[in-house]
Design a protein. Sequence first.
Length: 309
Amino acid sequence: MTRTPVANTFDDTTTTTTSADKDSLALLGLGAMGSALARTWLRAGHPLTVWNRTPARSAPFAAEGANVADSAADAVAANRLIVVCLLDDASLDVTLEGVDLRGKDLVNLTTGTPAQARARAEWTEARGARYLDGGIMAVPPMVGVPEAGGYVFYSGAREVFEEYGDTLGAPLGTKYVGADAGFAALHDVALLSAMYGMFAGATHAFALIRGEDIDPVAFAPLLGDWLVAMAPAVHQTAEQLSSGDYEKDVVSRLAMQVAGVPTFERTAEQQGVSTELLAPYFELMRRRLAMGSGDEDLTGVVDLLRGRG
C-alpha cells in the first residue's frame, strides 16, 4: 500500500488525507490509553476496528467512525495490523485465546516485562504472525499532541516497524530499539525506574522543608532547575561504564561524597524526616568505598546492583 504522509494531522485547518491512503487496523482494548490511541487514529484518517471486553466502552467510537467488532476474533479477522493495549499480559492470553493470527502483524502495547515480551514474540510467531512490542512513554493526554513529546519504544520485527511506521507514529513518536522483543519493555522500565528515583529524592527534599517557613511553591523551581542541571551526569556514567574507567573525568570523588553523607543524615534527623528513601543508596556508596574505590565517581554502584561488587 502506498502511504501519503500528512503534515500535522492534529491541526483542524489541515486537509485530511482520505482513509483510502491509510492503513486499516484493529485496536483491542479501550481503557484510558487505548481510547486516546483510537481517537487519534480516527482523526488521522485510519480505518479502525475497535473491540473492548466491556461493550459499553466501544459504543462511543461507532459515532466517531470506527467499526465496532462483536468479538476480538472478529476484529482480528477484519484487519492485518492488530494493536493490543490491555491491562496486562494475562489479559492478552484471555483475549486472543483461540483467535486465528495467521498472516497477521501483532503490535503489543500492553505493559509487561522484557521476559514476557520475548515469550509473547515466540507465542505469536508460533501462530504464524509477526510481533512488535511497544513501551509507551506517555500518559493519555499526551497522545495526539506532538509537542508534548510522548513516544513509544518498539522492539521485535523490524520489518513490521518499518512497514507501519507512519501509522504507528500518528498517535505518538516512535523509537525502534532493537530486534530483541524484550528491549522496548526494558527501556520503558529503565527510564521509569530513574523517574521514581528522582521522585524519591524530590519527596525527601520537600519533607526536609515541610514545617519550616519555606513556601513549597517557591522552592519547587529551585528543585526543578537543580535536577535539570544534574541530569547530564548520566552521560558521564554511561561513558565510564562503556570504557570501564570509573576514575575518568571525576569531579566529586566517591570518598569525598561518602564523607558528606553524615551531614544529610543529621539534617534529616534534626528535621524529623526519615532517611529511608536515601539510606539504601548511601549504604551502597559506603560499600563501594570500602572496596578501595575512593577515587571513582558513583558509577561503581551500578556493579554493586549487578552483584559484581
